[in-house]
Design a protein around this ligand. Structure first.
Ligand code: PLP
Ligand code: COI
Length: 343
């Protein structure tokens, strides 16, 4: 299969239309078979549930080209499970896991020419989502839905690649206790837009959100979980019911323990103790691991010893090991890598 003529090394994190996407519709209480289509557009009723009351949930995962030329995805079963949890919370019908995995395989295979080559620094981002399609004017769930998966080749999420970021402590809350912070709902991102535009206008790369109830504990950013490294090389990550259970973060905890022999801790992290850590990073599918060099708390700066030039040494080891597993030059734990059947 011949690859598209794309400047892979200079891709940012943006949408590029690819050849095929998968579409399945839910009507009369059941999902149809679904199929691939070349049409990237959706025609919706003006009163569709998604347009009026934001009834939509989504996922994000990537396809990678391995060193030996295979195309693989990373733990897509966990994306299927998280989409199921997200759907249940927004009264959206669940898209079955086996059908989800099959849809991902088919879309990636159909767009194999857009999967960036090994070593290019780029990957194919995969965006599955479900949204309410029929007219809804009283506040209630839709009766009809669409499940859709498109792909787009992407480079680094943050401009500047893996240069350490400067982030600010946000004055806005991301998620309420007992709200929707733990699921991947479009509404969580809509309400973060003003906060991110504000942060960018002030010269920061991202927001650190604190817990809404007490504003004393670290939660996450708009699109990634936090990891911290202590001065004695322990990997610490915040535990909270109102953050997204990041698949990257869960994988990194295993990588730290089983591949690097590091101690790991998932616990409440108080903002007061953040200045004691040696390294800080943001982790997620899009962010991979993006190092944080500096945190600004209303003018007071926390500068990590790892500095503004490079990733800290432990973050670097985590990054190399995780991407090594994803790109197939390190052996993966059982079940982490799914090979895409490309004809
Ligand atoms: N937190 C938020 C709010 C996110 O949007 C994401 C991205 O998916 C993550 C964390 C990271 O999750 P994952 O590692 O599963 O991509
Ligand atoms: C992802 O990492 O897949 C995400 O969904 C983050 C997103 C905000 C780009």
């Amino acid at each position: 299969m011949e690859k598209k003529n794309i400047d892979w090394a200079n891709l940012g994190f943006s949408y590029m239309q690819t050849d095929q996407r998968f579409v399945s519709n839910y009507r009369d209480g059941a999902w149809d078979e679904g199929s691939l289509t070349a049409d990237p557009n959706i025609v919706l009723n003006e009163c569709a549930g998604v347009l009026q009351y934001a009834q939509t949930v989504f996922e994000g995962l990537k396809a990678y080209t391995t060193e030996d030329g295979r195309i693989v995805t990373f733990r897509p079963d966990l994306n299927a499970e998280r989409l199921e949890n997200s759907a249940r919370r927004l009264e959206i019908p669940v898209y079955p896991k086996e059908k989800f995995l099959d849809a991902i395989d088919r879309v990636v295979a159909a767009n194999a020419a857009y999967v960036p080559p090994y070593g290019s620094g780029a990957t194919l981002y995969i965006r599955p989502y479900i949204f309410g399609t029929n007219a809804v004017i009283g506040v209630k769930p839709a009766d009809e839905y669409q499940f859709r998966v498109f792909t787009t080749p992407v480079g680094p999420y943050f401009k500047g690649g893996i240069k350490p970021l400067t982030i600010k402590v946000s004055d806005f809350d991301r998620a309420a206790p007992h709200g929707t912070g733990h699921i991947k709902a479009g509404l969580n991102y809509a309400m973060s837009l003003h906060a991110i535009v504000t942060a960018h206008a002030e010269g920061f790369d991202e927001n650190m959100y604190l817990d809404a109830a007490t504003r004393t504990k670290v939660e996450e950013t708009g699109g990634a979980n936090f990891i911290f490294i202590t001065k004695d090389n322990k990997v610490v990550t915040p535990k909270s019911n109102s953050i997204l259970p990041s698949i990257t973060r869960r994988s990194l905890m295993t990588v730290a323990k089983d591949y690097l022999g590091l101690e790991v801790e998932e616990r409440e992290v108080y903002f007061d103790e953040v200045g004691d850590f040696a390294e800080c990073g943001l982790c997620g599918t899009a962010a991979v691991i993006s190092p944080v060099g500096k945190i600004n708390d209303h003018g007071k700066e926390i500068v990590f010893p790892s500095g503004m030039e490079d990733m800290g040494p432990v973050t670097r080891k985590l990054y190399d090991t995780l991407t090594g597993i994803q790109m197939g030059h390190l052996e993966a734990p059982e079940g982490w890598i799914r090979e895409i059947p490309v004809k």
